[in-house]
Ligand binder design. Structure first.
Ligand SMILES: NC(=O)c1ccc[n+]([C@@H]2O[C@H](COP(=O)([O-])OP(=O)(O)OC[C@H]3O[C@@H](n4cnc5c(N)ncnc54)[C@H](O)[C@@H]3O)[C@@H](O)[C@H]2O)c1
Length: 296
């Protein structure tokens, strides 16, 4: 049985663990949190293939993949990977789920052989449902490591995309961030409130982008003339829109409005994450069934 060592058992680590188990891997968790054993027992009841390691070196020894999901701080990730490389052989893929820290930085203090094994494998939350994994090799990551990471994520039914350059936020979060900035500005200006902004997104771009891509949408938006027609017509006008940064001083008011709209606290988190998971599962199932039936 292949083995994954999950380092950091927070939101992302536990979800990776569930995905790996679904695909028949054994899972060992490492995390200094005092409630680790209870957390694992609660999430994987009675599953002997899921274990908790006494320390990091023990967790990663003999693993085919190490998936690191500790805090998003460079010095912590550098420390973790220094221990991980010392305790693993040359064929173990060492991946970080980091949303923003490049593999080149994490490996900065390590020798070439160690750096060759480290790659970013950035999931979208929750990894067990969201297909995308951004695979981002560092300057010294070997092609073999990147290829192996891609093969593992594919075998877990994910959709890995290998990026050509390391950039803060990679691609998906850069796009989310641009959209988020404009959304904040629109709410600040009183164009829409928080609930209306979400209604607009869910009923337009969200639905569209779960079925076709952004550039693919450009082809369709131009009719039979395609993207060429769209860029010359509507695109020429929308391309001149001026954008503004949201005001940092307005963040507290925005957060108040978000909390007033959706609530806050553990019960709200449980309720909203259950809604998200049910709906995401339903969309994925519908897309898979449609593809099986129609080929599209
Ligand atoms: N939350 C997201 O939406 C999201 C999405 C994609 C990627 N990520 C990335 O995943 C990583 C984890 O994020 P999260 O949201 O799961 O955070 P989280 O705060 O839920 O979990 C972090 C876990 O790391 C543990 N930890 C602390 N020090 C540690 C150490 N020395 N060794 C091992 N574990 C340690 C904590 O106890 C905690 O359980 C981050 O790098 C983040 O950028 C997060």
């Amino acid at each position: 049985m292949s083995k994954v060592a999950i380092v950091g058992a927070g939101v992302i680590g536990v979800s990776w663990g569930r995905l790996a188990r679904r695909h028949g891997w054994s899972v060992v968790f490492s995390d200094p949190r005092p409630d680790l054993a209870e957390l694992v027992a609660k999430n994987f009841p009675g599953d002997a293939a899921v274990t908790v390691a006494a320390d990091l070196a023990t967790a990663v020894a003999g693993a085919d993949l190490v998936q690191e999901n500790g805090p998003e701080r460079l010095e912590i990730k550098q420390q973790l990977f220094a221990t991980i490389v010392a305790a693993t052989g040359p064929d173990t893929v060492l991946a970080t789920s980091s949303s923003s820290i490049a593999a080149t930085l994490i490996a900065a203090e390590l020798d070439d052989a160690a750096a060759a094994k480290i790659v970013v494998g950035h999931p979208f939350n929750p990894p067990e449902l969201m297909p995308l994994v951004e695979v981002v090799p560092g300057e010294r990551t070997s092609a073999a490591t990147t290829d192996r990471a891609v093969a593992i994520y594919r075998s877990w039914d994910r959709t890995p995309v290998v990026l050509g350059k390391e950039l803060p936020g990679f691609v998906a979060n850069r796009l989310q961030s641009v959209l988020g900035r404009e959304a904040r500005w629109l709410v600040e200006q009183g164009v829409v409130d928080v609930a209306q902004l979400d209604t607009i997104l869910q009923n337009s771009l969200g639905l569209r982008w779960s079925t076709i891509g952004l550039f693919e949408g450009n082809v369709l938006g131009g009719g039979p003339g395609g993207a060429r027609h769209l860029f010359a017509g509507v695109g020429a006008v929308t391309g001149k829109i001026q954008f503004h940064d949201p005001d940092p001083a307005q963040v507290p008011a925005l957060i108040e409005q978000i909390e007033a709209t959706y609530g806050t606290g553990q019960d709200v988190y449980d309720e909203l994450s259950a809604k998200r998971d049910t709906r995401t599962t339903a969309v994925l199932a519908a897309l898979a069934a449609t593809e099986a039936r129609t080929g599209n």
